[in-house]
Ligand binder design. Structure first.
Ligand code: FAD
Length: 434
């Protein structure tokens, strides 16, 4: 897939002329669906549990927008929120290669296969927003992902904020139903007028608060959030670029700069999910490979490369053993799989880091190793995220807010949950509600 539509269609025509002709129409259609969904990104979801009149008014606004759509758009919206990504794409295309290339965005980070209902929406989630004016692209960050956090921290500091890192919060101090600050693992107490947590909802409510601070029904809802990760990350240091059988060459070529998918067709991905359903890591997983050094020479010595393999499905809970005994041997199998497509690849590997869902949890504080702080399925989105009745960034504890991916509109490096939460916090403080 190229940024240039004509080029993309030329590639698709190698597999199906019909699909190449259809593709521009499909892009326009999906962009239309995404535009409507985008109008919801920077809004606070209405509260439909115990709702007040103002919330019903907000819901009415969405309803009005919905009714003003053309018939086919309205049907499309309902379909994309309910269908499986495989069914959605089957209506458009015949080529397995094209369908699976598009379908992967429907399952990323989610414990679901391409034939699971609701996965079409996840595809849409990845088409929303833009990178440098281009819709549906993944961007590389110069200097690595940490540069995004540094940029945010820099902006905050220049506005007078103080940032602290390597400061593990042990618990949130609560008195009389109000958050008063946080207590760090080393015992230091930081008092605050408000606490905003971008730790995931389970970590925040079950880890940083005590059961005594919250009522039993709310705690039960939090426990039920589906947040069991299924993705593995393998980071590799390479001596050079791999040469793929499909397009041989070790000099940087256009495909080295893309997301390289290893997953021949939709059935392959569904079978990979079948394994995971029964607690077994996929025998032949879906791989998404990127080589950021083809853009960014600041993160590796000249001629050397970093390769990131993001793969599914690797269930957090394995049926019969812990990840510790499986991690490296499983990674060896992944190396063999890449070798099938790029002979000589294994000889290029100088170092590897393997992060199972259990490691993602231990290293980055992601409960269950779920990369989005909770599955992005329709039953856990919008006014149901993180739990019904508490989708407006506030929590049952006064002065405690959630501001991370576990809230609307969910995961991804986009800043929308934080932006929305900040607006609500300012709103409460301006009105002296806290
Ligand atoms: C392997 C992987 C690949 C991904 N790929 C992509 C991608 O290609 N594109 C994309 O858009 N998104 C991707 N994501 C998702 C994206 O990274 C997240 O959606 C995003 O980082 C969420 O931001 P956040 O601020 O909500 O939460 P996080 O980035 O998870 O931040 C939460 C922070 O809270 C900290 N924390 C937790 N507990 C405590 C505590 N007790 N004390 C102090 N700090 C604590 C954690 O250390 C963490 O820094 C990926 C995620 C993973 C894990």
């Amino acid at each position: 897939m190229w940024q240039d539509l004509q080029e993309t269609c030329k590639e698709i025509a190698k597999f199906s002329r019909k699909d190449a002709e259809t593709y521009p129409r499909y892009e326009t259609y999906v962009e239309g669906l995404a535009r409507f969904a985008e109008t919801m990104l920077l809004v606070t979801p209405p509260n439909l549990v115990g709702s007040g009149a103002s919330d019903l008014g907000k819901l009415g606004k969405f309803g009005w927008q919905f009714l003003r759509m053309r018939d086919d758009e309205r049907v499309g919206q309902i379909r994309i929120f309910t269908q499986s990504v495989a069914d959605f794409l089957d209506r458009w295309f015949e080529s397995d290669q094209l369908k699976v290339s598009l379908a992967t965005d429907g399952v990323i980070g989610t414990f679901a296969g391409p034939r699971s209902a609701g996965t079409a929406y996840i595809l849409l989630h990845h088409v929303m927003g833009q990178v440098n004016g281009h819709r549906g692209l993944w961007g590389f960050v110069r200097g690595g992902m940490g540069a995004v956090s540094e940029a945010i921290a820099g902006a905050a500091r220049s506005a007078g904020a103080m940032t602290r890192t390597a400061a593990d919060v042990d618990h949130i101090r609560v008195k009389d139903g109000r958050a008063q600050g946080v207590v760090l693992k080393d015992g230091e107490e930081i008092r605050a007028q408000a606490v905003a947590s971008n730790a995931d909802p389970k970590r925040t409510f079950l880890g940083l608060l005590g059961e005594k601070d919250l009522d039993a029904r709310f705690l039960e809802q939090v426990k039920q959030i589906r947040m069991s990760g299924c993705s593995m990350k393998i980071n590799l240091a390479l001596d050079g670029l791999p040469s793929f059988k499909a397009l041989p060459g070790t000099r940087p070529m256009p495909h080295h700069k893309t997301t390289i998918h290893i997953c021949p067709d939709v059935d392959y991905v569904e079978r990979a999910f079948d394994d995971a359903k029964y607690g077994v890591p996929s025998r032949r997983p879906l791989l998404e490979i990127t080589i950021p050094t083809t853009y960014d020479d600041s993160i590796a010595p000249p001629g050397k490369h970093i390769m990131n393999i993001f793969l599914q499905y690797t269930p957090y809970h394995l049926r019969d053993r812990p990840w510790d005994g499986v991690r490296e041997s499983y990674a060896d199998r992944v190396m063999d799989l890449v070798e099938e497509y790029a002979p000589g690849f294994k000889d290029l590997v100088r170092f590897r880091q393997v992060l199972s869902p259990v490691d993602l949890e231990a290293t980055f504080g992601l409960t269950g190793g779920n990369i989005f702080h909770g599955d992005m399925s329709a039953d856990q989105l919008f006014f149901l995220r993180p739990v019904p009745g508490w989708a407006r960034y506030r929590t049952p504890i006064r002065n405690l807010y959630l501001c991370g991916s576990g809230t609307h509109p969910g995961g991804g490096v986009m800043g929308a949950p934080g932006y929305n939460a900040a607006r609500e916090i300012l709103h409460d403080f301006r009105r002296g509600l806290r």
